[in-house]
Write a protein that binds this ligand. Structure first.
Ligand code: ATP
Ligand code: MG
Length: 259
């Protein structure tokens, strides 16, 4: 009998903190470790889709159609160029979903209901790349997820944003998804020469020591280049520090699953 795959929402309402870079490269690293992975692009910006070289043509069906149009979700899933890594892509049309969902009963549970059963059973891990907001798309992701992984950049307002996110996670947990838990926080774009980076990292680890990945993702120019080539870091520059870091993150992530 197949086992239900684990769903992880990659979320932070703060923009540009490394959600998409982490979603793509953690998903790719796990896939290269022989795990079957589905990346769900739940951000109308469609960065996870284009970052993996998926270009949607007019008329192509994607997450929006599965979420609000009754299209069978299996029909919108595509294989990526990375073995074992599939994607449920999206584009700017997903903006409309946030508005259309408002009038649906169980509006928070739509993503959960399309991932149930046949989709979940086909994968070991399902990663959801969330948009930079705490709107209905993020609430749907948190409602569908088993856990939430929070990428954070070590900068001045990081902790304020985190408090808001933790409060949203608590209310989703209370109302829609009692089993939701925090996977871990991930420090991204870490610049070890910057003093503020170290101060913020210290503050985060004081508050969340047990919920912080030991792996830190450094600022690495190769990571910022690969989306424009439509490739995960492992296909773009497998020897870069970015590739090494995301590989290390995937190993730590898998080790944590056995606890
Ligand atoms: P949004 O909130 O808009 O969805 P995001 O949280 O998904 O943004 P990313 O798109 O992953 O963030 O990253 C923001 C920018 O920083 C991108 O240009 C990305 O290429 C770059 N970037 C992400 N991580 C790194 C890194 N470790 N080193 C260098 N550049 C990075
Ligand atoms: Mg993004």
């Amino acid at each position: 009998m197949s086992k239900k795959g684990k769903i992880i929402a990659v979320a932070n309402q703060k923009g540009g903190v490394g959600k998409t870079t982490t979603s793509i490269n953690l998903a790719a690293a796990l896939a290269l470790m022989q795990k079957k992975v589905l990346l769900i692009d739940s951000d109308p910006q469609g960065n996870a889709s284009s970052g993996l070289g998926i270009v949607l043509q007019k008329g192509d069906q994607h997450l929006y159609h599965a979420l609000t149009g009754g299209v069978p979700p299996l029909r919108v899933i595509r294989q990526t160029s990375v073995k074992n890594l599939s994607i449920m892509p999206t584009n700017i049309d997903l903006v409309a979903a946030e508005i259309e969902l408002i009038s649906i009963s169980d509006r928070e549970k739509q993503l959960s209901s399309i991932l149930d059963g046949s989709i979940c059973n086909n994968f070991d891990f399902l990663l959801i790349d969330c948009p930079p907001s705490l709107g209905l798309l993020t609430v749907n992701a948190l409602t569908a997820a088993d856990s939430v992984l929070i990428p954070m950049q070590c900068e001045y307002f990081a902790m304020e944003g985190l408090a808001q996110l933790v409060s949203t996670i608590r209310s989703v947990k209370k109302s829609f998804n009692t089993d939701l838990y925090m996977e871990c926080l991930l420090l991204t774009m870490f610049d070890k020469r910057n003093r503020l980076t170290h101060q913020v990292a210290d503050e985060i680890s004081r508050h969340f020591s047990k919920q912080l990945f030991k792996t830190v993702i450094p600022r690495n120019v190769r990571l910022s280049e690969c989306p424009s080539h439509g490739k995960a870091i492992f296909d773009y520059d497998n020897l870069s520090t970015g590739a090494r870091s995301y590989n290390e993150l995937a190993s730590e992530f898998l080790t944590n699953q056995r606890i």
